[in-house]
Design a protein around this ligand. Structure first.
Ligand SMILES: *[C@@H]1O[C@H](CO)[C@@H](O)[C@H](O)[C@H]1NC(C)=O
Ligand SMILES: *[C@@H]1O[C@H](CO)[C@@H](O)[C@H](O)[C@H]1NC(C)=O
Ligand SMILES: *[C@@H]1O[C@H](CO)[C@@H](O)[C@H](O)[C@H]1NC(C)=O
Length: 635
């Protein structure tokens, strides 16, 4: 027999801890998708907001994919290495498998009509241009593609994840260090001066993300980079990684002949902390980062990061842009004890000359002392058994006219978690499975304007809708309980629908409750959502091995079985069902069995069976296995 209260309590404790499980799970079929002919380990995506086109950089080619509601069609722009170059590359000795290829690593828009595309080109990075609004390879009179040296823009080897960002026609690129090169942050293409970080500023950096942070006026714009560094000597705890945020000013044009002639004069870096220091649980290696920009209120922008620990779990941390800004503007420089002439703050974005003392300070002390702590000083949550690989986020206006942050996290096995981040708390709305084959998610691009997410793995790329409201069910309670800011119960149409962008609240007929599970706003909401159909009738042999299936909807609910409206039995969720298994503790008997899911105030009957024993049956006394299929065939 079940002590239902105890189970509910245990369940609440689980949800109250830092770990999270998705409330709902969906398999999405019939999505527009492209499948790659060969395994593409290093895809890069580019997408213009509100367009239907996605550019995918792959081995020796750029795919231009056009998406419609149900289909994706693509054209190829070949940029493969020619045979001579490939042979001469191979003759240079044993190299990684795709080194002697042209793996496309960079696709960025440089102006209204042109994209720049760069590839590794067998260790000799090279760029091409796509004209006619990015549809056609720019070529000379003889039909050869116009090229440009790609050193400093694309990494020479596809092993390194390229991080680039285009700002007003200039390209900034961050190149991860390898045995041969120290890596760094560069302005690598465009009309204003090209320059880089000094080698000694960064220790074996691995870059994972970047963002353009707009200032009050354009001369205050900053470019952020996210990366991890490793100490050459590993500490006693065996933890070599430190996560970092580095920033430079857009208006930086390098120093003078005497100091930092070809280097940033505004580069500063800070430590990003993610973990539970009091419990000595640290997530030191940043894996991906995304900055959710709030245009009219930069200080309320949020930096989201995924961090891994040595123990194979990942944490999601959120940082306030206001905190980051304050740290860079006020913290001491680590190890710097001197005085600065004229109180010029190192790292200030300015078009006037930077004093030589400030240049010297930055050159020798590019790190600020204050670390950046996450909002509320701890991770949003920790994911134990699956790892996250990619993160992106959207800002969604709910029916209440409040904005909510919704994160999309890609996992190592091809799932997407849709997560609400509101009032410092997180809630995993759902887990989406859009792929045909499990593989780590390697690229994600979100289009808030059209409401789509482009997600890629080494095998396929799909486009999925940010709102998928019908999936929540066809009752008001089911819809409201989803707590999805994109969706609400449309009382006029009686369906779960996406919130129109220009919703007029005053005559809104849409019900939504995002902050917590509260279905009382639904009309005539009784306590229990009863099973809408007649109980299924089963006539069975008492000697049979039998279980009664109960479809699981919410993984946050507690499922219980009742017998003749009274006795209660527990069940265990497995493969999307919480079956009642007859055994010594749950004897098979005639009567009515019902499965009920309880979640806060929401109760829903999900299955009902009327069991009749057929003991006059001549079947051998023994075990007859009723699988799910067998039971359904009886109905
Ligand atoms: C160029 O392409 C983008 C993305 O496909 C599209 O939004 C834009 O309208 C196009 N511009 C022109 C001039 O065709
Ligand atoms: C866009 O950039 C390309 C490459 O730098 C250049 O050739 C072209 O003239 C530019 N177009 C415009 C409209 O600025
Ligand atoms: C919303 O509806 C009200 C009443 O119908 C109307 O007065 C108002 O102008 C509408 N607002 C918008 C933004 O459409």
């Amino acid at each position: 027999m079940l002590n239902a209260q105890l189970l509910v309590l245990a369940h609440l404790l689980l949800l109250g801890s830092a770990e999270r499980i998705p409330r709902l799970k969906f398999t999405l079929k019939d999505l527009p998708r492209v499948e790659f002919e060969t395994l593409e380990k290093h895809t890069v995506q580019f997408h213009d907001e509100r367009s239907e086109t996605l550019y995918i950089g792959a081995t020796g080619t750029v795919l231009l994919v056009s998406f419609t509601e149900f289909n994706a069609s693509h054209t190829l722009i070949p940029l493969s290495l020619d045979d001579n170059a490939r042979e001469s590359c191979k003759s240079r000795g044993p190299l990684t498998q795709d080194f002697c290829e042209n793996v496309i690593t960079v696709i960025e828009r440089i102006n209204g009509s042109t994209l720049i595309v760069c590839g590794t080109h067998a260790g000799n990075p090279t760029c091409w241009f796509l004209r006619n609004n990015g549809t056609q390879l720019a070529s000379d009179n003889e039909g050869h593609g116009v090229t440009q040296d790609g050193k400093g823009i694309s990494p020479p080897s596809p092993i390194q994840r390229p991080i680039t960002i285009a700002v007003e026609g200039n390209l900034y690129s961050a190149i991860t260090s390898t045995g041969q090169s120290s890596g760094g942050i560069q302005r690598s293409y465009g009309r204003i001066k090209h320059m880089k970080t000094e080698d000694k500023w960064l220790q074996n950096p691995t870059f994972v993300g970047s963002a353009w942070i707009k200032g009050k006026d354009s001369s205050k714009d900053e470019i952020y980079f996210f990366f991890s560094e490793t100490e050459d000597s590993v500490g006693l705890d065996g933890e070599p990684y430190k996560s970092r945020i580095g920033r430079v000013c857009k208006v930086d044009e390098a120093g003078s002949k005497t100091a930092l002639q070809d280097s940033w004069t505004t580069f500063l870096k800070a430590r990003l902390i993610c973990g539970f220091p009091t419990e000595s649980r640290h997530f030191n290696k940043i894996e991906d980062a995304f900055v959710l920009l709030v245009d009219d209120d930069t200080k309320n922008s949020v930096v989201y990061g995924i961090f891994s620990s040595l123990w194979n779990s990942t944490a999601v941390c959120a940082y306030s842009q206001g905190d980051i800004d304050r740290a860079f503007k006020t913290s001491k420089l680590k190890g710097f004890t001197g005085n600065l002439a004229g109180n010029q703050r190192p790292g200030t974005c300015t078009t006037s000359n930077v004093h030589k003392n400030v240049l010297t300070a930055i050159r020798n002390h590019p790190e600020i002392e204050d670390p950046i702590y996450p909002i509320k000083r701890h991770p949003l949550y920790v994911m134990k058994h699956s790892s996250y690989t990619r993160i992106t986020a959207d800002r969604v206006k709910g029916v209440s006219q409040n904005f909510y942050h919704v994160l999309f996290l890609g996992t190592g096995n091809g799932k997407i978690h849709k997560v609400l981040h509101s009032n410092g708390k997180s809630f995993i709305i759902s887990e989406l499975s859009p792929f045909q084959t499990e593989a780590p998610i390697s690229a994600m691009t979100l289009d808030s304007g059209t409401g789509h997410l482009f997600v890629g793995t080494p095998l396929e790329t799909v486009r999925l809708p940010l709102a998928n409201c019908e999936g929540y069910g066809n009752t008001c309670k089911q819809c409201v309980a989803a707590r999805d800011p994109y969706c609400g119960w449309d009382t006029a149409k009686e369906k779960c629908a996406s919130i129109p962008r220009e919703l007029n609240v005053s005559d809104s007929e849409i019900l939504q409750n995002v902050e917590q599970l509260n279905v009382s706003i639904c009309d005539g909401a009784s306590d229990v959502e009863v099973f809408g159909e007649q109980p299924k009738e089963l006539t069975i042999n008492s000697g049979a091995y039998l279980y009664l299936p109960c479809p699981v909807k919410s993984y946050h609910a507690v499922y219980t079985w009742s017998y003749n409206q009274k006795d209660q039995f527990a069940c265990t969720i497995k493969d999307g069902s919480c079956p009642l298994i007859f055994n010594g503790e749950v004897p098979m008997s005639e009567g009515l069995f019902k499965c009920t899911a309880s979640e806060d105030g929401l109760k829903e009957e999900l299955a009902a069976y009327k069991v009749t024993l057929n003991d006059g049956n001549t079947l051998e006394h023994g075990v007859v296995v009723f699988g799910l299929a067998a039971i359904f065939s009886l109905m």
